[in-house]
Design a protein around this ligand. Structure first.
Ligand SMILES: CC(C)(COP(=O)(O)OP(=O)(O)OC[C@H]1O[C@@H](n2cnc3c(N)ncnc32)[C@H](O)[C@@H]1OP(=O)(O)O)[C@@H](O)C(=O)NCCC(=O)NCCS
Length: 182
């Protein structure tokens, strides 16, 4: 299995078919907490839905549209992080993430996100990386802020979350800004 060591306890791993049961168990155990901000959670009802996500992620990678990686903490699935909307024409992409409730507050997603940002600018020669956060999702917004992203503005009613539309706060980091921070 492909793994990317982030620190002593933390790795990013390629999502494989054999992870379907463990991934579903994590989603299922964290359902009430995750559904507050992630619209796909209610649609993930069985292991087959996790398998479907793994297949779509593999297809995304095969189509050169980015990848989804599992966050492994001490060898167990702790969450997911990955790229969305990879745009090779304009050299920009977006990062998304979620983590198990019990592992919050240790900087886990900040560390993994920094690794993906570095990857985007070095390996893919991106010029711009975006992170979109729900307007009330303060914990998620703290991540791009901590990583030196600039808040650009609000996309009004950008996503449907259960029965209502929510605004998104758009953060970005440009290649020049990333270089200056290093
Ligand atoms: C948002 C979410 C990903 C945050 O995960 P996280 O790992 O706790 O986030 P961070 O990496 O930023 O951790 C920051 C916390 O760790 C602490 N911390 C400890 N060591 C740290 C370190 N080395 N670096 C950074 N922060 C550290 C910080 O003080 C901060 O604590 P606080 O939240 O009490 O202020 C998680 O809450 C989540 O998955 N929520 C539900 C789904 C979701 O909202 N996804 C995002 C959709 S846009």
């Amino acid at each position: 299995m492909f793994k990317w060591q982030i620190d002593d306890h933390l790795e990013l791993g390629l999502l494989e078919w054999r992870h379907a049961e463990e991934l579903f168990a994590v989603v299922d155990a964290n359902r009430a907490y995750l559904r507050e901000w992630l619209p796909w959670v209610d649609g993930s009802k069985t292991v087959a839905d996790s398998l479907d996500f793994i297949q779509r992620s593999a297809q995304q990678w095969a189509d050169n549209r980015g990848f989804q990686a599992c966050i492994l903490f001490k060898g167990n699935i702790a969450g997911m992080i990955g790229f969305h909307r990879v745009d090779w024409q304009d050299h920009k992409c977006e990062i998304g993430y979620w983590l198990r409730a019990d592992l919050q507050g240790q900087g886990i997603v900040t560390k993994c996100c920094q690794a993906l940002v570095d990857f985007a600018f070095t390996e893919w020669q991106m010029n711009r990386v975006e992170i979109h956060c729900g307007a009330g999702n303060i914990k998620s917004q703290a991540i791009p802020v901590r990583l030196g992203f600039v808040q650009e503005g609000i996309q009004r009613q950008a996503a449907k979350l259960r029965d209502q539309f929510v605004d998104h706060v758009i953060f970005s980091q440009l290649r020049d800004e990333w270089s200056a921070r290093r």
